[in-house]
Design a protein around this ligand. Structure first.
Ligand code: E4P
Length: 218
């Protein structure tokens, strides 16, 4: 399973990219608004950081023709831009048309496997089921990953499953075990995936022992 970073914060994207662990970036209108910067400038800067890795940027219109126009403008920023479209009837129409134009799409705000199947059939490059937001309303988000994964494998559907709305590292591991292709995660989740108290204690012990051994090879 690949990891994408879910943020519009360029410093977090830079840090994650330097770690060498991310294979893409996802943003959404809330994440862009949080940064208080121009949308297009932000996407351009993200491209300058991650190069050819896929970067999802979302359209704002709810009308298919306008979604396609907005999608074309976003896609013109670079080949790595993936147009994010919400799962609505107009979103599906826009997905089909963008796909025909050779533009990659990420169908977002997916909360059921029927929605995921429709998105895939409209040609979505990626489908984004939102795990955390299902958990928030006392549903089991991971069951959705399991179901979509099973359906896509059984029917040889090529759209990649992005486990989105990931809140913690347990979500990441569960999504990986259940067959998600990608988990998109905030930087703080990447940090928590790195940490283990036994790693810290081990380093402390190694350094203390080394000091006592009077070695000088470095
Ligand atoms: C995914 O593409 C979305 O940007 C994101 O994962 C939403 O997460 P949230 O539910 O934490 O806002």
């Amino acid at each position: 399973m690949k990891l994408f970073i879910d943020t519009a914060n360029v410093e977090d994207i830079r840090k994650a990219h330097e770690l060498g662990v991310i294979a893409g970036v996802t943003t959404n209108p809330s994440l862009i608004a949080k940064e208080g910067r121009d949308f297009f400038e932000t996407v351009k800067e993200i491209i300058s950081i991650v190069g050819s890795l896929p970067i999802s940027a979302e359209v704002i219109s709810l009308q298919a023709d306008e979604m396609v126009e907005q999608g074309k403008k976003l896609a013109a920023l670079g080949d790595s831009v993936v147009v994010k479209v919400p799962l609505t009837a107009d979103g599906l129409k826009a997905t089909k048309r963008l796909t025909e134009l050779g533009i990659k799409t990420n169908v977002t705000l997916i909360f059921s496997s029927t929605q995921a199947l429709l998105a895939a059939r409209a040609g979505a490059t990626y489908v984004s089921p939102f795990i955390g937001r299902l958990d928030d309303i006392n549903m089991i988000g991971m069951q959705l990953i399991e179901e979509i994964s099973q359906i896509f494998r059984m029917h040889d559907i090529q759209s990649e499953i992005i486990s989105a709305s990931v809140r913690h590292s347990v979500h990441v591991i569960e999504a990986a075990k259940l067959g998600a292709d990608i988990a998109t995660v905030p930087y703080k989740v990447i940090e928590s995936m790195m940490k283990h108290p036994l790693t810290d204690a081990g380093i402390e012990r190694f350094l203390a022992d080394w000091k006592g051994a009077n070695q000088s090879i470095f």
